[in-house]
Design a protein around this ligand. Structure first.
Ligand SMILES: Cc1cc2ncn([C@H]3O[C@H](COP(=O)(O)O)[C@@H](O)[C@H]3O)c2cc1C
Ligand SMILES: O=C(O)c1cccnc1
Length: 352
């Protein structure tokens, strides 16, 4: 039953609207500026037209979906902060005090926090409680979770987007919270690309050289013990993934199936995006690149995805922060498409 909704969602992801893309490109060329001079913003305008079918789209209701989950692999000592920070930060999101809350208020986005796998009992009127299990198992010793749990977590993402869509949200940003989650993210990237953990593992919240070396070994061990099958994305997630990462896969697929843009945040979100790409090649066209995270492996995943982040801010927060920050650029191009004068309307001479 679960598998059906996932398959239906994947089947509903269709190619971009080529006609709308051509119209957007033509409109950009009629605006009072040198042709092509808005650079990446022009590419974004064409992509948004392809996604929505509209040359002049706008996204008044936008949500950053923060999936929160814990990781058994933290017992290997791979992160700088204690795991209790995950539930503590969930309460911080709900109180409006985290980085993503502040940036979202500025960008007019709503922060929706989903407990998909926090290793604590949480309850709050604004919390979306969809716990699949209390944290993953330690992937250095065996699979992080079962295939069924992965499928449940992906469905949580798909259903969260569905609920949002029914409330009028038309644009999504991927966000996450989960102490330790740069470790499974690196393992996922290595599993799909074949790259050594030396290249995919980074410092996460800020570990020193000794812990970094150990983290590389832990990721290698997780790959050796589990042997994830890169032809089977569910297998990769079950063996070396995370609940919030699987939830974000669902968010991305769900958004793409509804022809909604989905802004991809940093390293962890990009690992989820890589899984989504392996489930649906078409899904990648609905992804908006936001920023280059400082996390070492991020550039590699961006290259694999073939998306084009806009911001170089040396950020390494996660939570959806880089995604939300880039909404200002999404809004900028939307206003340009709808408000700017054309050569004809302004009486400005076009090139010969
Ligand atoms: C206070 C605090 C707030 C955060 N918000 C996001 N993260 C980020 O850091 C974690 C990943 O890094 P690692 O794999 O090294 O644990 C994730 O929770 C990610 O969202 C945070 C981390 C901390 C400590
Ligand atoms: O790029 C990210 O998403 C990231 C990097 C480090 C720590 N937390 C998140």
């Amino acid at each position: 039953m679960n598998g059906n909704l996932l398959n239906e969602t994947i089947e509903r992801i269709k190619p971009l609207d080529e006609k709308a893309m051509q119209e957007a490109a033509n409109h950009l060329d009629r605006l009072t500026k040198p042709k092509g001079s808005l650079g990446k913003l022009e590419n974004l305008a064409v992509q948004l037209a392809g996604i929505t079918g509209k040359v002049k789209p706008s996204f008044p209701k936008r949500a950053v979906i923060v999936m929160a989950g814990d990781h058994g692999v933290v017992e290997e000592g791979v992160t700088a902060y204690p795991p209790e920070v995950t539930p503590q930060m969930v309460l911080n999101f709900l109180a409006g005090g985290a980085t993503v809350n502040v940036l979202s208020r500025q960008a007019g986005a709503d922060v929706l926090c989903v407990d998909i796998g926090v290793n604590a009992d949480l309850s709050h009127p604004q919390l979306i409680s969809r716990k699949v299990r209390k944290g993953t198992a330690n992937m250095a010793k065996g699979p992080a979770m079962t295939r069924t749990e992965v499928e449940q977590a992906i469905l949580v993402g798909i259903e969260t987007v569905k609920d949002c869509a029914s409330k009028g949200y038309t644009l999504f940003v991927t966000g996450e919270m989960g102490i330790g989650n740069t470790t499974p993210s690196a393992a996922i990237v290595s599993a799909f690309t074949g790259l050594s953990p030396i290249e995919t593992v980074g410092r996460g919240t800020g570990i020193d050289d000794a812990i970094l070396k150990h983290k590389v070994e832990v990721v290698q061990q997780a790959l050796d013990v589990n042997k994830p099958d890169f032809n089977d994305p569910i297998d990769v997630l079950a063996k070396v993934g995370g609940l919030e990462i699987a939830g974000l896969v669902g968010v991305i697929l769900g958004a793409a199936s509804r022809r909604c843009p989905v802004v991809i945040d940093g390293f962890i979100s990009s690992a989820a995006a890589l899984v989504a790409k392996h489930m649906s090649k078409e899904a990648v066209h609905y992804m908006i690149g936001s920023h280059f995270s400082q996390e070492q492996g991020h550039k590699l995943v961006i290259g694999e995805l073939g998306i084009s982040p806009m911001l170089h801010m040396d950020m390494r927060v996660g939570e959806g922060t880089g995604g939300v920050l880039s909404l200002h650029l999404v809004d900028a191009i939307c206003r340009i498409m709808s408000e700017m004068a054309t050569f004809e309307s302004a009486g400005v001479s076009d090139r010969e």
